[in-house]
Design a protein around this ligand. Sequence first.
Ligand code: FES
Length: 120
Amino acid sequence: MNDVIASSDDWAFLCKADEVPVGEIGTAKHPGGMDLAIFNVEGEFFVAVDRCTHGAASFYDEGELNGHILECAWHNGTFDVRSGAALTMPCRVPLRSFETQVIDGDIYINPRAKRFQKPD
Ligand code: FES
């Protein structure tokens, strides 16, 4: 499970952690109305906007998660959900991701998208 960063009213509740089994992709709404995809990587949760950055594919509907690698079904581009990095063509633009924490079995995000940082 993700470490608890802080408890704050600024964090937005998405869903119960047990609604997204290990290796699965869940969905929830961002407070602003966007669809989000929730990735469970061996009990650690990552959240991004539910739209491929190459086209308009929904990862919740058509993505496949293998460990921390997300593959888009439309053109088989891949991303690392831990960093949001686009890994293989035709995907070049990183995922728009959110800081995520789990408190008492509930998944929360910081509604402000994370600034993408290229992994080392
Ligand atoms: S829409 Fe996702 S790889 Fe093209």
